[in-house]
Design a protein. Structure first.
Ligand SMILES: *Cc1c(COP(=O)(O)O)cnc(C)c1O
Length: 444
């Protein structure tokens, strides 16, 4: 570690634990009340509403080419379900209590690409397609967007490229939707990316370029190639406010689901949301939307692997994307491929500074145990990255500093009314033989 960097860091004691590969809980001392925090951020509720409206304009197109979205009328949305048996399983297995009710937000089952990236990734491709079509006078915002499925539009988009760097799921979302619109799409995949994801993408018509290196390298080369080509658009996972807003729309959707299911979120009924974090865009966008809608009644925590806690080292040190996990002697490698990121987005870290409640880290073997727990208790399969989310509710009442947060926020007596939502970020597209392999990984 560079001494000068180390001298500038906050939370040195905790970061020492982190660099020893220990599981930690970081509670954000810079958390502010939601209104203050949100007033410092350039993006607003209006931007989220705008993204939601754009997705609504594209619904007729999506319905036409992805008929699996029929039940949602062309919107890409996932179930919210109570998981009482999983709650009992976790309480027994981890000797803890999870006061209140436990729900699962199943972005694992989002249509088209089976992960949370179906929110931001697909949204950004649609926005780019709309920008091009508007600029070339091919549509008006008031038109029926099912015309985007026509041969004429496909031919038009075939002159343009879209490129992205990915550990897997973002590439799948961008690749599938770009190819469906007719774009020439190139996905730069890091070494962590699973073979089946590359195979599936190629089958859908995307070009996949493989790197023997980590995610940052795939992004770097992808960006460079794209910038050199005027017909090419680069989806920038590290800096894109478009992706971020696509994710943020999730908050409006889950609010509606709470209302439909008669679940009240207010000062007496606090909401706790736990989201696995890689570069930060997906969990950050969802968190931003949730804080806009639920303010101080929602408490958002991220979860990261002990070997790739990039958002934790960035936020806890205060140095954001000036530091990466390798600076702390960590490998950046984890079985949770969606979370295998060494350096977090500086943009997202900045937005989260006063909004995020904290971050939990866990070792990889827990992730597989949690995966078996959700399969065995509820019959729901999730990919390893997604299962990190369950670590939050397990640790919240158990771990000293998390418990201190509950007390400091005056929530202790409200906890019997709490609603906990681990955000299941992916899984439904994982092939059967890989699921079986996962079920036997790290088995004691
Ligand atoms: C991408 C991904 C995440 C994290 O999203 P980031 O935007 O990289 O932070 C979490 N889980 C899964 C399954 C993912 O694919």
């Amino acid at each position: 570690m560079n001494q000068e960097l180390w001298n500038q860091m906050h939370c040195k004691d905790l970061l020492k634990e982190v660099s020893n590969g220990k599981e930690v809980v970081w509670i954000n001392a810079d958390l502010e009340n939601a209104q203050n925090a949100l007033s410092k951020i350039e993006l607003t509720m209006k931007d989220i509403d705008d993204a939601e409206e754009r997705l609504a304009r594209f619904a007729p197109f999506i319905l036409k080419i992805f008929p699996e979205t029929k039940n949602e009328n062309g919107l890409i949305e996932s179930p919210l379900a109570e998981i009482e048996k999983m709650k009992q399983q976790l309480e027994a297995e981890y000797a803890t209590t999870i006061p209140g009710r436990l729900f699962l937000k199943q972005d694992s089952h989002l249509a088209i690409s089976g992960s949370i990236k179906a929110r931001g990734g697909i949204y950004e491709v649609l926005k780019h397609a709309e920008d091009l079509a508007l600029a070339h006078g091919m549509v008006k915002e008031t038109d029926d967007y099912s015309v985007f499925a026509s041969e004429e539009f496909k031919n038009f988009f075939s002159q343009f490229k879209i490129q992205v760097g990915s550990t897997g799921n973002l590439g799948m979302s961008i690749g599938i939707m770009s190819a469906a619109l007719g774009f020439h799409v190139i996905v730069h995949m890091s070494a962590d990316a699973k073979q089946w994801k590359k195979d599936l993408l190629r089958k859908r018509g995307a070009d996949v370029i493989e790197y023997n290196d980590d995610y940052s390298k795939a992004v770097e080369v992808g960006r460079k190639n794209s910038d050199a080509d005027p017909t090419s658009y680069f989806v920038d996972d590290e800096n894109s406010s478009t992706l971020f807003l696509g994710y943020a729309v999730a908050a409006k959707r889950i609010k509606k689901q709470f209302e439909e299911q008669g679940i009240v979120i207010d000062a007496e009924h606090p909401l706790f949301v736990y989201i696995p974090c890689g570069v930060g865009g997906a969990p950050g966008g969802v968190a931003f939307g949730l804080k806009q809608l639920f303010g101080d009644n929602v408490h958002v925590f991220f979860v990261e692997p002990t070997q790739a806690p990039c958002m934790l080292v960035g936020m806890a040190s205060g140095l954001q994307n000036k530091v990466c996990v390798q600076d702390f002697g960590l490998s950046g490698q984890t079985h949770a491929d969606g979370l295998a990121v060494g350096r977090a987005s500086g943009f997202v870290g900045g937005v989260m500074t006063h909004l995020l409640s904290g971050i939990f880290t866990l070792e990889d073997y827990h992730i597989y145990d949690l995966m078996r727990d959700i399969v065995n208790s509820e019959g729901i399969f999730l990919e390893p990255s997604a299962c990190a989310s369950f670590w939050g509710p397990i640790q919240l009442m158990k771990e000293q500093s998390a418990r201190a947060y509950i007390e400091k926020m005056g929530l202790l007596h409200k906890m019997p009314n709490a609603i906990h939502v681990p955000w299941a970020t992916g899984g439904s597209l994982v092939p059967q033989e890989i699921r079986e392999e996962y079920m036997h990984t790290y088995l004691k």
